[in-house]
Ligand binder design. Structure first.
Ligand code: APR
Length: 337
């Protein structure tokens, strides 16, 4: 019996994400929370004849905390796309001031109502919002780092698509699963094209092509922000990416097959391989790396990939580390002040 709660379910990401979740046969209850419009979204989804039941929760006022707590009660998995999206000219970091407070209040609700749930954070800037959730849960004494995930899957999805576009006759986007490590904002995003399924094709590219490809993955979100021309940032591809991670987590709960996904996680000693990873990334407390998923969440960090990267990727990593340290610190100090 799996209950999934979506916080920010009426938004551009929340709606298509909720639709995908409604179609998942492993989910029995879909709990939708938002501060606007959520009854309509729920009514609409509830007409789909899939197994998951749909319930909606809308606060009656700014002071009403009950709606959130009821939405979260008994949830096994909580996905957070609540917040404001980017407009042209904004970086993900520019969203910090608004989204940080939203995330903190939602994390307080999780601490109170669903402390054992898996928590997937989509709201940007992920490099800072994930530390906010961690610190808030810690403050309430309910923090389990194996169950906290920053969703960076869209960077992987884009990395797969963009390299396939360079080889339209020899490949399909579904041929690849590029490891994208680091963070989820601009130069903190480090696609590892030189290792794994893309290694041979990547080698064939000129230095200029490689640079353009890396840059496209790092700033792919800007293509969408510009094309939407003031109407927001990626929603459909982001919903797909968030769903892919949620689906992998649900799969690891029910099957014995090995499930590995990249996610932005807290590198703490309780997680196997995290200490090794932390040493290799210059002591950062959070970083996106491939992880093995299991019934209790993140079972192991696949840090070995960090020892196989090319010299160029090492340089990208150096730039990423410096920016990430600042983003992480910003989140931690916001939550602990
Ligand atoms: N609690 C719950 N929902 C909230 C809250 C809150 N405190 N504050 C805002 N929301 C809801 C909004 O009402 C809206 O329905 O979050 C939803 C956000 O939707 P959009 O404005 O359409 O934004 P979206 O494009 O979905 O992006 C949301 O995800 O990828 C990130 O950068 C993106 O941070 C942004 C977030």
């Amino acid at each position: 019996m799996v209950k999934v709660a979506v916080l920010g379910a009426a938004g551009g990401i929340g709606q298509p994400l909720s639709l995908l979740l409604k179609l998942n046969a492993n989910i029995k209850e879909l709990s939708l929370f938002d501060v606007v419009n959520v009854p309509g979204v729920g009514a609409d989804l509830s007409h789909i004849n899939s197994d998951a039941t749909t319930e909606t929760h809308l606060p009656s006022s700014k002071e009403d905390k009950t709606a959130l707590l009821t939405a979260l009660k008994g949830a096994n998995l909580v996905i957070i796309p609540a917040g404001v999206p980017r407009k042209p000219g904004m970086t993900r970091d520019d969203l910090f001031n608004i989204n940080a407070s939203i995330i903190k209040s939602l994390a307080e609700g999780i601490a109170q109502s669903s402390p054992d749930a898996f928590v997937l954070v989509i709201s940007n800037p992920v490099n800072s919002t994930v530390p906010i959730v961690a610190e808030t849960l810690k403050k309430h004494g309910v923090y389990n780092p194996s169950k906290l995930f920053g969703v960076t899957t869209l960077d992987i999805v884009r990395a797969n698509t963009f390299i396939a576009q360079l080889y339209p006759t020899d490949s399909k986007p579904t041929d690849f699963n590029v490891n994208v490590i680091g963070g989820h904002s601009g130069e903190t995003i480090v696609p590892l094209y030189s290792v794994g399924s893309t290694g041979k094709l990547y080698e064939k590219l000129s230095e200029e092509q490689k640079k353009t490809l890396i840059n496209r993955v790092q700033f792919g979100g800007d293509e969408v922000v510009q094309a939407k021309n003031g109407a927001g940032s990626a929603t459909l591809s982001m919903a797909y990416a968030g769903y892919r991670l949620a689906e992998s987590i649900l799969k690891s709960l029910t099957s014995s097959e090995e499930v590995v996904e990249c996610t932005f996680l807290n590198l703490v000693p309780e997680i196997k391989g995290a200490e090794e990873a932390k040493k290799l990334v210059g002591g950062l407390d959070y970083f996106s790396l491939p992880v093995k998923l299991g019934k209790n969440g993140i079972e192991e960090v696949k840090y070995e990939i960090l020892t196989k990267i090319s010299d160029d990727e090492k340089k990208l990593l150096e730039v990423a580390k410096e920016q990430l340290a600042k983003n992480i610190e910003k989140g931690v100090s916001f939550a602990t002040q």
